[in-house]
Design a protein around this ligand. Sequence first.
Ligand code: MN
Length: 295
Amino acid sequence: MRILLTNDDGVHAPGIRAAAEALREIADVLVCAPDREQSGTGTSVSLQHPVRVSELAPIAPGVPTYTVEGTPCDAAIIALESLRPGQVDLVVSGINCGSNLGEDVLVSGTVGAALQGYFRGIPSIAISVASLTDVLYEPAGVLLKALVKELDVRGLSKVLPKSSDRPLLLNVNLPNLPREKLADVQITRLGRRAYADVVKEGHDGRRKWFWVTRDKPVWELVEGTDVWAVRNQHVSVTPLHTDLTHGTLPKVLAPLAGDLRAALKGASPNGRVLTSKRAPHPSAAPRAPRKAASR
Ligand code: MN
């Protein structure tokens, strides 16, 4: 199997090294990752400037390693489109330092990079450990290797129902525990977990600066969710897809479309022409019906 390994913590992060060490034993691994930390860049792509790519010494024996002066998505796109076009069977993003749970996946550079594989029809995995300090990567490496082996045995495309026209996209999170303390592996759904973004302000002597920082996350602990699983010392595996459309609201909102259509045509829904209800200014002399303004 040919694997593209990327991340959002940067090519020098210990997590991607642990993933490369685990995966190189069972697959051909190519590393292409940002040259520095890019956490929180989500699905950002550099469209306003060119992106430089350099080959580095392998981060693990036998693993070609490239670094990109760009975002995680840039790294994934460049690898999939230019470095190994049509030659990647699986995209792995991580192992990230810090969890990517619940609604936070929409901000996650780790998940963002995995999405680039998914968008191209390639099965993709994002994997994270839920701690920012003293992170244990060994259990995540063991789990990742087992997961990739399992998918390989089952056949990457056969894991999904035949009706699915999209590849597998998994978001994996581990509690930061040694293997013997991990409770279980749970297949979960996304929970609700939103960071409270806090803006710090200061002055650099010339101008004011603002720094968006992250406060303690707000948890909603519902059984069956990824948030609940990790909180209860389980490994969480969440299958994702990108259909963000609300299930029932399109029907509920149908009348809104009528109102908007009418507004665009300059008439209210019951056919009356929409006019300003404001009384004319007292000084305004009576005049002939206004002609359409010329432009
Ligand atoms: Mn990160």
